[in-house]
Design a protein around this ligand. Structure first.
Ligand code: FAD
Length: 299
């Protein structure tokens, strides 16, 4: 592919990266190595998650603020409305707006009593994700809103149709992009997309891709979030519990295969759950034809 004027390969897919706020100084150093390694790939945006029930409110904010200050990346701040009164959430949004953030990934969040327990909205809080989106949009029409989407339905949802009705309510409230929960079977995604479109939803539904650096650990949490881990995938990691190096190669191969197949079927935008690590995501982006802007110019 020939380079575009901005140095990127023409027709290469658009990408975005998700990070989580670091807990320690060492994790902070490692996150920034990752950010600096991935930044030249010129992602559309980079998002920073919000710990369950707002537990990382300050850390998410300071990570976003540092991205704004030290890079040319466009940050998107995740925000959940669970367990907090409206006033607190509104303050978080106002602080983001003040420092220049114009993109929020707006979520309901998990019950504060743990995944699998019944969700209860805060009595003075936003009652649902569409309610949160409306609240943000009313005060800040210039903030772009992305939301979650669940190709295998959210575990609390009675049916896939009910789940897609929620997605529709989020779009009606002002969301303009959905990012999917991780999935490993591309057919699931394409079937889901057909049903989403049949519900009259026309926003981009960007596949969320997770390279499984640590299969055993990741398997646990993606399963709890409702993602099916196929047996063919488990087989690929069998016997590698003590072999991180091979696991890395296998994880990169699997995720690269997944995105290349999606791209072959016309998907042109990907969101990577980086787990704050650059190596696999960098390699997978390379295989999608994405090159660091500087390298293109040098070539
Ligand atoms: P929604 O989309 O509002 O709802 C999901 C489904 O549950 C819908 O089908 C809806 O109808 C149903 N539902 C909602 N409320 C109820 C109810 N009371 N009773 C019955 N059914 C109900 N979590 C974090 O804590 N921090 C993050 O930064 C974060 N980022 C995420 C990013 C992405 C791209 C995704 C996919 C998930 C993320 N999550 C995050 C996880 C998310 O908070 C959980 O999945 C949570 O359980 C649902 O929030 P939501 O906004 O996705 O829910």
């Amino acid at each position: 592919t020939s380079p575009a004027p901005d140095g990127r390969a023409l027709h290469s897919p658009k990408i975005s990266f998700e990070f989580f706020p670091p807990k320690t100084e060492e994790m902070e150093r490692s996150l920034w190595e990752t950010v600096n390694r991935l930044a030249p790939l010129a992602p559309n945006f980079v998002s920073v998650t919000y710990g369950a029930g707002g537990s990382t409110r300050e850390r998410t904010h300071s990570t976003i603020a540092r991205i704004l200050k030290e890079t040319r990346l466009t940050p998107a701040a995740h925000l959940t409305c669970v367990g907090a009164p409206k006033g607190e959430i509104d303050d978080v949004v106002a602080r983001y707006h003040d420092v220049g953030v114009r993109h929020i990934v707006a979520l309901r969040g998990d019950p504060t009593t743990g995944i699998g327990t019944a969700y209860q909205a805060h009595p003075d809080g936003y009652q649902s994700s569409p309610d949160l989106i409306e609240g943000i949009k009313k005060r800040y029409p210039d903030i772009e809103i992305s939301v979650s989407a669940y190709p295998e339905k959210h575990p609390e949802s009675p049916s896939l149709d009910a789940d897609i009705d929620t997605l529709k309510a989020k779009v009606d409230a002002g969301a303009t992009r959905a990012i999917t929960q991780v999935f490993f079977d591309n057919d699931l995604y394409f079937r889901y997309l057909d049903r989403v479109r049949a519900h009259g939803i026309d926003i981009p539904v960007v596949p969320g891709i997770m390279p499984m650096h640590n299969f055993k650990q990741a398997r646990g949490f993606v399963t709890r979030a409702g993602t099916t881990v196929p047996s063919w995938l488990a087989d690929k990691f069998e016997g590698l519990d003590d072999d991180a190096e091979t696991r890395k190669l296998v994880a990169a191969t699997v995720a690269a295969g997944q995105v290349q197949k999606l791209a072959k079927h016309g998907v042109d935008t990907f969101h990577f759950y980086t787990m704050n690590r650059a190596d696999l995501v960098f390699a997978i982006s390379h295989l999608l034809g994405i090159r660091p802007a500087g390298a293109q110019k040098a070539a």
